[in-house]
Design a protein around this ligand. Structure first.
Ligand code: HEM
Length: 491
C-alpha cells in the first residue's frame, strides 16, 4: 500500500459543466508530468483471426482472469490493446477492439464523464436487443448526457429513498422464510442447496421494496418470477459470459450468436403486467413526478429489479455466504460478538453503523469478488490516460474495458491483495476510495451526472444486515457458494 497516498483518488474528476453537484477532486485528465508517455502496447491481430483467437483464449483456453493477467505480464503494462468477446462469426457489427485498463488509476478514468461516454456499452460494444426491454433503451444503456438518463436515475434513487421505511422489516421477514426452508432441509437431509430459496428471497424482497408489489398477490409470479428473470438475464448475457460447460459446445451454442428475445417474451410480458397492476403507486409516481411514460417506468422498473438488483444480489450473496460459511479462522465468532453486542435486538438501518467488522467483511467480499466484473466506457474526445507508471494517448471513440477482479487486486493500493483480510476496510477507511464494484468509488455519490450504481450504499447496507440477521439467529453456519451443510442455532 506504500504508493496509495500518491495516487490520484479514484473519485470522478467532474461530471459535466452543467452539473451543479459535480465533485471537485483534482481532474484526472492532466497526468503527472513525471510519467513517461508510452505507445499503448498490444495488438488486435489480423482481421477475423485476431478476434477469434482472443475469444477462444478468453472463454476456453485461459478464462477471463488468466486472459487479462497473461497479457499484463506479456506487455509489462496494465494498459494494453486486446479484443474481447463476442466476435466473429455472427457478431459482424460488433467491434471487439478495446483498450484494457487494469490498475486502480487507469480504471478510474471510466468514471470521468467529461472524458468518457457510456451510451449502449453496458456489456461492451455488443448490446443485447432492445426487444428484451420493450423496445426501450433502459437507464443503464443511456449516457449521462441523455435527458432520459437524469429522469430515470433520479426515479431509481427516489425509489430507494422512499423504500427505506420498509427495507429492513421486508428484508428480515423474507430472510425468516428463507432460513426456515433451509433449516428444515438441513435437519432432514444434512445439507441444503440454497440457490433457489435465496433467489426467491431476493425476488420477493426487492419486488416489495422497489416496486411496492406483493408477490403473494400472484401465485404464478411468487412461484416462478425469479426463474423468469433468470431466463431473461441469461439470454441477454450468454454471448458475453463463460459458463463452464463442455467446450467447444459452449463456443458453438452459447457464444456464437445472440439469442432472440421471443424465447422469453411470454415471461417478460407476465412480469410487465404484474408490475403494471400491483405496482400502481410506484408506476404513477414515475409518470407524474419524473415525467416518464408508463412504458418507460415499467420497463425501467423491471430492469432495475431484474438486471441490476436481482442479477447483482444473485451473484453477490452466494459469494458472501460462502466466504463467511467456509471460514476457518474464527471470523464467525468475532462477527457473532459484534452483532450480539452492538446491533440491537431489532435490526434497523442504523444498526449497521455499529458493525464496523461486518461492514468491512462485506466490502472485502466486494473487493475480492466484484459481482459485475467488466466495465466499459468510450472516449468522448482525445485525452491522456495514466496508469501507475505510464501515460497513454487515447483517441476519441476508443472503447476502454476494465476487468474489476484484477483491478481490485492492485498491489500498489491493497497490501497482500490476493488475501481476504476481513478487517482491511476497518483498519483503513481510506481504501474505500479504491473500492469500485459500483462503477465508482465507495466514497463517491451516484447522481444523474454520473453512471455509478444507484444502489451504491443500499447494497453493502443490505448485505451487512443480511450478515447481522444470520448471526443473530445462528452461532455458526457451514457451507459453500451453493449449499449449507450445518447451522448451529444461537444459544
Ligand atoms: C449486488 C447488487 C448490485 C450490483 C453488484 C450492482 C452493480 C452495478 C454496476 C456495476 C453498475 C454500473 C454498470 C456500468 O455502467 O458499467 C450499476 C448500475 C446501476 N445500478 Fe446497480 N448494482 C446492484 C444493485 C442495484 C440495486 C438494488 C439498484 C436499485 C435501484 C441498482 C440500480 C442501478 C442503476 C439504476 C444503475 C444505472 C446507473 C446509471 O445509469 O447511471 N443497482 N449497478
Amino acid at each position: 500500500m506504500s504508493f496509495m497516498m500518491s495516487l490520484t483518488p479514484g473519485i470522478p474528476s467532474s461530471s459535466s459543466s452543467s452539473s451543479p453537484s459535480a465533485p471537485s477532486s483534482p481532474p484526472l485528465s492532466s497526468p503527472p508530468a513525471s510519467l513517461p508517455v508510452r505507445t499503448i502496447p498490444g495488438t488486435y491481430g489480423w482481421p477475423l483471426l485476431g478476434p477469434i483467437s482472443d475469444r477462444l483464449d478468453y472463454f476456453w483456453f485461459q478464462g477471463p482472469e488468466t486472459f487479462f493477467k497473461k497479457r499484463t505480464d506479456k506487455y509489462k503494462s496494465t494498459v494494453y490493446r486486446t479484443n474481447v468477446p463476442p466476435s466473429f462469426p455472427l457478431f459482424l457489427n460488433v467491434n471487439p477492439n478495446v483498450v484494457a485498463v487494469l490498475d486502480c488509476k487507469s480504471f478510474s478514468y471510466l468514471f470521468d464523464m467529461d472524458l468518457v461516454e457510456k451510451k449502449n456499452i453496458l456489456v461492451g460494444d455488443f448490446m443485447p436487443s432492445v426487444s428484451f426491454t420493450g423496445g426501450l433503451r433502459t437507464c443503464a444503456y443511456l449516457d449521462s448526457t441523455e435527458p432520459q438518463h437524469a429522469k430515470i436515475k433520479n426515479f431509481a434513487m427516489d425509489i430507494l429513498k422512499r423504500s427505506s421505511k420498509v427495507w429492513v422489516p421486508e428484508l428480515t421477514a423474507n430472510l425468516s422464510t428463507m432460513f426456515d426452508t433451509i433449516e428444515a432441509e438441513v435437519s432432514k437431509d444434512g445439507s441444503a442447496s440454497y440457490l433457489i430459496p435465496l433467489q426467491k428471497f431476493i425476488f420477493n424482497f426487492l419486488t416489495k421494496c422497489l416496486v411496492g408489489a406483493d408477490t403473494a398477490s400472484s401465485p404464478k409470479i411468487a412461484e416462478s418470477g425469479y426463474a423468469m428473470l433468470d431466463r431473461w438475464l441469461a439470454l441477454q448475457l450468454l454471448p458475453t459470459v463463460k459458463i463452464g460447460l463442455l467446450q467447444p459446445l459452449e463456443e458453438i451454442l452459447l457464444h456464437s450468436f445472440a439469442y432472440p428475445s421471443f424465447l422469453v417474451s411470454g415471461d417478460y410480458n407476465k412480469l410487465f403486467q404484474f408490475v403494471k397492476e400491483q405496482g400502481k403507486e410506484v408506476v404513477k409516481r414515475g409518470e407524474t413526478e419524473f415525467g416518464l411514460s408508463q412504458e418507460e417506468v415499467i420497463h425501467n422498473l423491471l430492469f432495475v429489479l431484474g438486471f441490476n438488483g436481482f442479477g447483482g444480489f444473485s451473484v453477490f450473496l452466494p459469494t458472501l455466504i460462502s466466504t463467511i460459511a467456509s471460514d476457518t479462522t474464527g471470523l464467525q465468532d468475532k462477527i457473532v460478538k459484534e452483532v450480539r453486542e452492538k446491533a440491537g435486538s431489532t435490526l434497523t438501518l442504523d444498526s449497521v453503523k455499529n458493525l464496523p467488522l461486518v461492514q468491512s467483511v462485506v466490502y472485502e467480499t466486494l473487493r475480492c469478488n466484484p459481482p459485475v466484473p467488466l466495465q466499459f466506457a468510450r472516449a468522448r474526445k482525445d485525452f491522456q490516460l495514466s496508469s501507475h507508471d505510464s501515460v497513454f494517448d487515447i483517441k476519441k471513440g476508443e472503447l476502454l474495458c476494465g476487468y474489476q477482479p484484477q483491478v481490485m487486486k492492485d498491489e500498489k493500493v491493497f497490501d497482500e491483495p490476493e488475501t481476504f483480510q476481513p478487517d482491511r476496510f476497518l483498519k483503513n477507511q481510506e481504501l474505500l476510495n479504491y473500492l469500485y464494484w459500483s462503477n465508482g468509488p465507495q466514497t463517491g455519490s451516484p447522481s444523474q451526472y454520473n453512471k455509478q450504481c444507484a444502489g451504491k450504499d443500499t447494497v453493502p447496507l443490505t448485505a451487512s444486515l443480511f450478515v447481522a440477521y444470520v448471526f443473530q439467529r445462528y452461532d455458526s453456519i457451514t457451507g459453500t457458494a451453493t449449499s449449507i451443510t450445518a447451522l448451529e442455532k444461537a444459544k
